[in-house]
Design a protein around this ligand. Sequence first.
Ligand SMILES: Cc1cc2nc3c(=O)[nH]c(=O)nc-3n(C[C@H](O)[C@H](O)[C@H](O)COP(=O)(O)OP(=O)(O)OC[C@H]3O[C@@H](n4cnc5c(N)ncnc54)[C@H](O)[C@@H]3O)c2cc1C
Length: 457
Amino acid sequence: MKFKGKKVLVIGAGLAGCDAAMLLANNGVEVVLVECKTLFLNPAQKIKTFAELVCTNSLKSVVPSTGHGLLKYEMKGLGSHILDMGFAHSVPAGDALAVDRDEFSKKITENLKAHELIEVVEAEAENPLELQEKFKCDYTIVASGPLTTEKLENWLTNDLSGEDFYFYDAIAPVVDADTLDYSKLYFKDRHKPTNEEEGEQADYLNAPMNKKEYEEFIKELVEAEKVPAQKFEDYKFFESCLPVDIMAERGVETARFSCMKPIGLEMADGSIPYACVQLRKENLLGSAFNLVGFQTRLTYKEQVRVFRKIPGFSEATFIHLGSVHRNSFLNSRKLLNFDMSSKKFPTIHFAGQITGVEGYTESASIGLYVAWQILRKLQDKEAIKWPVVTGIGALVNYIMTVSKPSPSNINFGLLPPVELTKEERRVRKGRKKIKKEKASLRARESFDKFIEDAEGL
Ligand SMILES: Cc1cc2nc3c(=O)[nH]c(=O)nc-3n(C[C@H](O)[C@H](O)[C@H](O)COP(=O)(O)OP(=O)(O)OC[C@H]3O[C@@H](n4cnc5c(N)ncnc54)[C@H](O)[C@@H]3O)c2cc1C
């Protein structure tokens, strides 16, 4: 038994914690799993069992040429219990894996509790170092999620992260570059001359508005339906990160002096528009643009309706929409090593949404990734970097390199671009699909080879 006497503490029996605990235990490592939801529920939770899907019951697409399809392939390869239970308790949902959330959660809880190497402790973790010592564990995985309890948050901010711990997530929408009408838009960085003649393209794409368009747009923002604040979200915003609809409510001119400021954004004829929506490339490929400063409380439906009124957006499709919600996450790039261990306390690791990913499958994937790295370390092998062309490798690379942390779902924009053949480049309709299929195939081949080369770890 190569892991005899080895023990890992896992804090949080959510998506990441459950998958990490099961992977470790199935490999012969003893696990102490500490979870507090049996004592009290947080405001998003409704059931006392583990791996609760707090909102939608969908684990997203199973199609291989999608980001979520790719993650599922890799999760399966790593032996994800979450995924197995997802398929075992699936309900019809077309190309998506949707589950009966109660049965899914109940069965995972039963299986974890029944595992001879897993000890479940019903308690609120306050200090991971003390707990690790108390339970005589070699390593710890903190997987306490977006609604980490206050006591643990206090330990994190006081002892580990300082200011590099975030409590809110204000997400701006991201639009698919292929769906914009470029005849109504122009590239220009603020206060910088355009060097297009020299073949340089500015980083920002701008959607100019005249006075009438701007005032109508602000009116739409004010009147649009908003997501009501849940009691735990009791919206308190940082002034530097105000949702655009709150700006609109403060006065018709407010946005024009903030995220829609036109100064320094001269158009080709030298004139300055009345107001401007700025779009920033979301990835190196330029296949998606972030609407700068457009974090919002508008409902998803209303976002699509209102944002399609921005010049050049009439046919826009959104890769993801904006939101503002409670979300605790670390600045992983500053605080963690690539195996998600803390730089300050190397035995303490982090997994799941708290590392800066977003979503059920993404969180579970990071749980598997960290458990996998710990299995190596327990055998005195070094942690190894994953190929960035894989789905999990790309997620890890994202959270370890992004300069301004902003939780991300898996998407192909996080993977390095794929080379297209001459013939493929000529395809006008469907080129995007070809790119995704190629990226997905490259990722799966790379993943298989990587796991094989790692000699079963
Ligand atoms: C309101 C809301 C809606 C969301 N909707 C979606 C959605 O529709 N689709 C989607 O993909 N993602 C959604 N997410 C994100 C999703 O919740 C997370 O991505 C995912 O559940 C995170 O997995 P995790 O394992 O990191 O954390 P969680 O699944 O939240 O698990 C963390 C666990 O740790 C426990 N815990 C916390 N603190 C302590 C402590 N001190 N001691 C012991 N245990 C502790 C919690 O009780 C919980 O069981 C939503 C998040 C929120 C908050």
